[in-house]
Design a protein around this ligand. Structure first.
Ligand code: F6P
Length: 363
């Protein structure tokens, strides 16, 4: 059978295990020899025990677990050609020419570069006698399929990345818990949520928790936001509300591109309204714990589709990413999605907010 390996790379997210499980089982079902690569690209570079054959039962009882049981890492070695050369050798020695990468845009870009270089890497391995001519010929094509695992929902091309829904649940539960204590003491709470440069988690949880104000990177507030914020908070209190909730995305910025932090927002509220104000930074709680039903199903569907995409790949097939489009699993050209995702970052850096929002699209 064909050699296929799956690995998770970059920050972990809930639902990655469901995806790994689906890849392993679908690939076994279709007659492949399947491997785990542990600790992301680092395991591919280091080889040895990091590359382990998987069987049907090695992915039993993982679907309900958060994180990734095969480990993940942000790897520097793979960024160098010498690292990628070692990785290529490790794959050829095990007959692996099909890769499923579950990670963010950086991890997927790395995979695409690896695929483009594959031929020249094998040539170098042959020249240095690390592989023989038969191996060079037999393993000449490397197929790659990506899946986006991230709580941030920051990847263009997919409606939802694997992990986002679970993070939303976790944030929503945390806000619900805060609301009860805020109510008792008539306090204002500022909640800082993750998302890196993407405001999705902040925006959606603001909607689900009746927050009074939200700060996100893609749509910086008007310059007089302190006045607007205070007016809004006061209005709510006058209307009889006993508390206020403000959500600040960790990547929130103002119209000059400068950070708006929870601490700054607190200062504005305290100085102008003298409200009893607290900050809660949710942190990695958002990335941990059991995956939601949505993320488990998403991981399963994406994983199965990824294997099918690999099995159908021809030498002409571009590396693709399996995405969710209107509740359908679809295959999109990997680099197109990566480029679009980079264009969002550029629009934000150029302070072209409308363009940034437009490019984010549904995701
Ligand atoms: O990309 C996922 C994420 O959790 C972001 O929301 C956050 O900014 C970052 O990773 C935190 O990174 P680390 O886990 O390395 O602290």
């Amino acid at each position: 059978g064909k050699g296929l390996a799956v690995f998770t790379s970059g920050g972990d997210s809930q639902g990655m295990n469901a995806a790994v499980r689906a890849v392993v089982r679908m690939a076994i079902y279709l007659g492949c020899k399947v491997f785990f690569i542990k600790e992301g690209y680092q395991g591919m570079v280091d080889g040895g025990d990091n590359i382990e054959e998987a069987n049907w039962s090695s992915v039993s009882s993982i679907i309900h677990k958060g994180g990734t049981v095969i480990g993940s890492a942000r790897c520097m070695d793979f960024k160098e050609r010498v690292g990628r050369l070692k990785a290529a050798c490790n794959l050829v020695k095990r007959g692996i020419t099909n890769l499923v990468v579950i990670g963010g845009d950086g991890s997927l870009t790395g995979a695409n570069l690896f695929r483009q270089e594959w031929s020249s890497l094998l040539d170098e391995l042959l020249q240095t006698s690390q592989i023989n001519k038969a191996e060079r010929e037999k393993y000449k094509q490397l197929n790659i399929v990506g899946m986006v695992g991230s709580i941030d929902n920051d990847f263009c091309g997919t409606d939802m990345t694997i992990g986002t829904d679970s993070a939303l649940h976790r944030i929503m539960d945390a806000i619900d818990a805060i609301v009860s204590t805020a109510y008792s003491h008539q306090r204002t709470f500022i909640m800082e949520v993750m998302g890196r440069h993407c405001g999705y988690l902040a925006l959606v949880t603001a909607l689900t928790s009746e927050a009074d104000y939200v700060f996100i990177p893609e749509m910086p507030p008007p310059r007089d936001w302190p006045t607007k914020l205070c007016t809004k908070l006061e209005q709510e209190r006058t209307a009889g509300q006993r508390l206020n909730i403000i959500i600040v995305s960790e990547g929130a910025i103002d119209r000059d591109g400068q950070p708006i932090t929870a601490e700054m927002v607190k200062q504005v509220v305290v100085d102008n309204l003298k409200q009893d104000t607290r900050i809660t930074v949710l942190g990695h709680v958002q990335r941990g714990g059991a995956p939601s039903a949505f993320d488990r199903v998403l991981g399963c569907r994406m994983g199965a589709e990824a294997v099918m995409a690999l099995m159908e790949a021809t030498p002409e097939t571009e590396a693709c990413v399996v995405s969710l489009d209107g509740n359908q699993a679809v295959r999109l050209p990997l680099m197109e999605c990566v480029e679009k995702t980079k264009a969002v970052a550029k629009a934000m850096a150029d302070k072209e907010w409308e363009l940034a929002v437009q490019l984010r699209g549904r995701s």
